[in-house]
Ligand binder design. Structure first.
Ligand code: NAD
Length: 497
């Protein structure tokens, strides 16, 4: 009998009414290790009701008490991050050190949110009019939903919930069905940290759960991260239901290598950013754009670094883990097949990998494909696997045009020693996050994370000041303490004097 991974509602495990479940697998062995509950509408309503019931008291909890709870969560998570990393590896497949890195990036947002009192300060204008003072405050929204993808089961929810909770909201997390246990583990940690029941809830499920979160009037805002078609759907449905929505979508990230770049450093960066986490990162580099004369030497350097990489079970001493499911592994491999059929050159072929892991694991080794052209599906589609394509262009302008013509605009990078070229790129490229000799330019927690174009629907990026604004709304108070001089009838629009 495998374990059923359930919901967390009002500070306790909630089994729900629905009998529907989905399998959860260990990608390194192919073994079904558990079954995740798939909520029906009544289950979703039960969890949403718990978040709604907890909101008034949490909203009125002092900033001092709220931040003390956040500090306690931070300490507990830091002390026990190894446990969380192991859970991530067992359901996602990424190597344990990478899972620890994911938790560390999430912790940065918790630390940022510990400073919420400073971020929630409003303005105050004394005597804006005679004996009239005006001030602004920011208030929480209510229960909010966070719907997350499989690739960062801890970090992506942590882009949102520390800020949401610190600002006085209550949350319902809907994890990916593929790796649902990390959110449940974090729920128990919040309880240990002293968070009141009902402030942090976990709703397991699929489209049924998502649709209820998008339409239930008790949910005031939705933060979604996932593929572009679903992000578009979530944004359209949630905003039509009157909610504030930020929906982060898919990506196709390019790294431009100019002829003057340090090719050894650039090749290291391509390998790390192309194959880390088996390419299942929304900020992975999937297209290396080699400008002018560099291509042959650059491809050779990337290939010599790629061949020795060891693919295997993420709990062992390996460089790269498996893909998340067999279906996803086969889909990624089919793009390599299509690239080959379209005439691209397979320089390193991950399809023939000899993994250090179970015979039934979802293995695909790092794959380097050269001479990829923009009409090939291996270039046009988001593959989300360990496949690095090299596109050869003659000039900087050609590289820029290629990136700006792409429907996605999540991350990009340029490798050069020319400050002028880098500055021009930063100015001209239509992408939300730009690296200069940095392949994965994920912003620090006190800046905001988010792409442009089909990589984000909505106005607000995640965390940083945009995150604080997303999870609060502004109110301006005009105040006058009456004295005998304030009398009389005047129906005209108030004039300031
Ligand atoms: P996904 O879109 O399949 O799933 C994301 C979430 O949506 C999950 O919780 C899932 O249960 C739910 N969902 C799936 N189908 C749905 C439907 N028909 N209706 C309503 N909800 C549905 O994404 P994924 O495969 O889990 O994650 C990979 C994708 O996420 C990639 O496209 C990647 O680029 C993207 N991603 C983007 C960012 C970013 O910051 N822009 C970060 C991480 C991942």
């Amino acid at each position: 009998m495998t374990e059923t991974i359930l919901h967390w509602s009002d500070g306790k495990i909630f089994a729900g009414n629905s009998d529907a479940t989905a399998p959860v697998t260990n990608p390194a062995t192919g073994e079904v290790t558990g079954r995740v509950a798939l909520a029906d509408v009544t289950d979703a309503q039960h969890v949403i009701d718990a978040a709604a019931a907890a909101f008034p008291a949490w909203r009125d909890t002092s900033l001092a008490k709220r931040t003390q709870t956040l500090f306690a969560f931070r300490e507990l998570l830091n002390a026990r991050k190894g446990e969380l990393a192991e859970i991530i590896t067992s359901e996602h497949g990424k190597v344990v050190s990478d899972a620890l890195g994911e938790v560390a990036r999430g912790l940065e947002v918790v630390e940022f949110a510990c400073g919420i009192p400073h971020l929630l300060k409003g303005g105050y204008s004394e005597s804006a009019s005679t004996k009239v003072d005006v001030y602004s405050i920011r208030q929480p929204l209510g229960p909010v939903a966070i719907i997350s993808p499989f690739n960062f089961p801890a970090m992506v929810p942590m882009w949102f919930f520390p800020v949401a909770i610190a600002a006085g909201n209550t949350v319902v997390i809907k994890p990916s069905e593929k790796d649902p246990s990390a959110a449940l583990w974090m729920a128990k940690l919040w309880e240990e940290a002293g968070l009141p029941a009902g402030v942090f809830n976990v709703l397991q499920g699929d489209k049924v759960a998502v649709d209820e979160l998008l339409t239930n009037p008790k949910i005031k805002a939705v933060s979604f991260v996932g593929s572009t078609p679903i992000a578009q759907y979530v944004y359209g449905t949630g905003t039509a239901a009157g909610k504030r929505v930020q929906a982060l979508g898919g990506a196709k990230n390019h790294a431009v290598v100019l002829p003057d770049a340090d090719l050894d450093l650039a090749a290291d960066a391509m390998v790390n950013a192309g194959f880390g986490s088996a390419g299942e990162r929304c900020m992975a580099i999937s297209a290396c754009v080699a400008v002018g004369s560099v291509a042959d030497e650059l491809v050779a350097k990337i290939a010599e670094r790629t061949r020795p990489l060891v693919t295997g079970d993420g709990t062992r001493e390996v460089d790269m883990g498996p893909l998340v499911t067999r279906a996803h592994r086969d889909r990624v491999a089919s793009y390599v097949d299509a690239g080959e059929a379209d005439g691209a050159t397979i320089v390193v072929d991950g399809r023939t990998v000899e993994p250090q892991g179970g015979a039934d694991g979802f293995w695909l080794g790092p794959t380097l494909i050269d001479n990829v052209t923009p009409e090939m599906s291996v270039y046009t589609d988001e593959i989300f696997g360990p496949v690095l394509s090299v596109v050869r262009v003659e000039t900087y302008d050609e590289a820029l045009a290629l990136i700006n013509a792409n429907p996605y605009g999540n991350g990009t990078a340029i490798f050069t020693n020319d400050g002028g070229a880098a500055r021009r790129f930063q100015n001209e490229v239509e992408v939300g996050m730009v690296g200069i000799n940095v392949p994965i330019p994920v912003p620090m927690a006190y800046y905001s994370f988010g792409g442009w174009k089909a990589s984000l629907f909505g106005d607000s990026h995640a965390h940083g000041t945009e995150g604080v604004h997303f999870f609060t709304r502004g109110k301006v108070v005009t105040s006058r303490w009456l004295d005998p001089s304030h009398g009389g009838i005047e129906l005209g629009f108030p004039q300031n004097a």
